[in-house]
Design a protein around this ligand. Structure first.
Ligand SMILES: NC(=O)c1ccc[n+]([C@@H]2O[C@H](COP(=O)([O-])OP(=O)(O)OC[C@H]3O[C@@H](n4cnc5c(N)ncnc54)[C@H](O)[C@@H]3O)[C@@H](O)[C@H]2O)c1
Length: 460
């Protein structure tokens, strides 16, 4: 039964949260919602996932999840079994919970604008069941002012309650990275921007006890909304910088990773320089859209911002660049791509995940399919349903069959499983003069060469 967190003193909230007497509802049980919900349940909290997709709800209640994130299936299975995690499509379930965390999607529209329709729908459904004492925390990535100018009025109108008076409201961006989501959720500080001080303090108490992490409290929700966009703009731009350095190093016959590693020893502004790593492309649900959110924001303010467009455009050149490298490598071996046998290893957008949303690998695979080469594709993380969003070629179940007779092994996702097959074994299976293009720079060049391959990485 819900006790009601908002409006209580700090000491009471502390006791409530420390004693795990609060239930937590997680609205939007997709990638991020499932990670947050399963981790909170695993740390002892009663968690209810609420999603509009009946299939997701049914799966969770069977103790299953299709979200391919290391360690997540076990957390979901265990916590559903012991009764700490359940899911429903019914928003009235929030009645039993003190905290409501909202993680619905915010995709990119046709004009590169943020689509906040799911946020509106979730806020409406939530408002209909909101009661005094609830604390609502929005985590979806949104443009500044969404919490206060869109979510708050919908919640107040549908519930007849007042934010900051009857219920708490805050924006706390989710900053974890897929592939290491569980560990990052339990270690990265949470930024809290709330409509009032009591909401902010209640969130900080929750995160301290629920996840064991500290909070960075900023002035208001709009500042916290901007923090998330700043973080992702930095990442996308930084990868673009690494990618252009890699292109230059490729022409100069230099190892970009050595350049970057050494460059990163210079202190600047109190921290070392931190140039990220080049790769065959940037994909996924966040970095492909959040810089455009910033660009759209700039346009709405009458500003012509160059950085978001530049980072997106540079990173979008990488799949075609990678394909060009492969063609050249094969040509150097006296082979034409159209008559070659190519084995692609990994199609997820990121190492050690099965997420194929907006994966840059799709563009390399499309160019390979068009070339007429004989193509085999292997990805141990990706299921059939996701694979068809990337390629028409059916996945090959194991790496050895995929590599058989290959003129080129092309690593597009550096999954840890690929490192478990000895390179010497792969070398036995492939054809003579096989090239090894590591699009994720995840292999040691010397080891690949020592096994007998013609090695090339991105920028090395
Ligand atoms: N994926 C990431 O790595 C990541 C990281 C940080 C932040 N984010 C942000 O988190 C948000 C969610 O991302 P995601 O990857 O989990 O998206 P997702 O598409 O995997 O999940 C969204 C879920 O919300 C559900 N949903 C849609 N409308 C709903 C409604 N009205 N009521 C209840 N549920 C509803 C969908 O059915 C889906 O299951 C986005 O804003 C994203 O930008 C994502």
């Amino acid at each position: 039964m819900r006790i009601g967190a908002f409006g209580r003193s700090d000491a009471e909230i502390d006791l409530l949260v420390r004693g795990m007497r609060s239930g937590i509802a997680v609205v939007g049980f997709g990638y991020i919602g499932t990670v947050i919900g399963a981790v909170l349940a695993d740390r002892g909290w009663p968690v209810t996932g609420i999603d509009v997709r009946q299939s997701v709800v049914d799966e969770i209640n069977l103790g299953k999840s299709t979200v391919a994130e290391p360690g997540l299936s076990e957390l979901v299975a265990n916590n559903v079994r012991v009764g700490r995690l359940r899911a429903t499509t019914d928003f009235s379930a929030i009645a039993d919970n003190d905290f409501v965390i909202v993680n619905v999607g915010t995709p990119l529209g046709p004009d590169y604008e943020p689509i906040v329709d799911d946020i509106k729908a979730a806020a409406r459904a939530l408002g209909e069941h909101l009661q005094p004492g609830h604390i609502v925390i929005l985590k979806s990535t949104v443009p500044p002012d969404t919490t206060e100018n869109l979510v708050l009025p919908i919640l107040e109108e549908t519930s007849g309650l007042r934010a900051g008076v009857d219920f708490g409201l805050a924006f706390c961006p989710e900053r974890l990275a897929e592939g290491q989501a569980i560990q990052e959720l339990l270690s990265i500080p949470v930024v809290v921007g709330a409509v009032d001080e009591r909401s902010a303090r209640a969130c900080a108490t929750l995160w301290r006890h629920a996840l064991g992490v500290e909070s960075v409290i900023v002035e208001n929700p709009r500042t916290a909304e901007m923090v998330k966009l700043a973080d992702n703009l930095w990442v996308d731009l930084n990868v673009a910088l690494a990618n252009e350095l890699a292109k230059v190093c490729d022409r100069l016959g230099m190892d970009a990773l050595q350049v970057i590693e050494a460059a990163n020893t210079m202190p600047k502004g109190g921290h070392p320089v931190n140039i990220l790593r080049p790769s065959m492309g940037v994909g996924g649900y966040c970095l492909t859209k959040d810089p455009w959110f910033v660009n759209h924001l700039g346009e709405s303010l009458g500003l012509d911002l160059a950085i978001p467009r530049t980072s997106r455009n540079v990173n979008d050149t990488m799949p075609a660049y990678t394909y060009g490298l492969l063609k050249q490598l094969l040509a150097d071996q006296g082979k034409a791509i159209e008559t070659s046998r190519i084995a692609v290893l990994g199609i997820a957008f990121k190492n050690n995940t099965g997420d194929c949303r907006l994966t840059p690998t799709k563009y390399v695979v499309a160019l390979l399919e068009e070339s007429g080469c004989e193509l085999s594709i292997h990805d141990p993380w990706v299921g059939v349903e996701d694979a068809v969003t990337v390629t028409n070629v059916p996945l090959t179940a194991d790496i050895e069959t995929a590599a058989e007779g290959a003129d080129a092994l092309v690593v597009l996702a550096g999954h840890r499983q690929f490192h478990q097959t000895p390179l010497s074994r792969l070398a036995e299976l492939v054809s003579a003069g096989c090239v090894f293009l590591d699009g994720r720079n995840s292999f040691d060049p010397a080891a690949v060469r020592a096994a007998g391959f013609v090695y090339k990485g991105i920028g090395r």
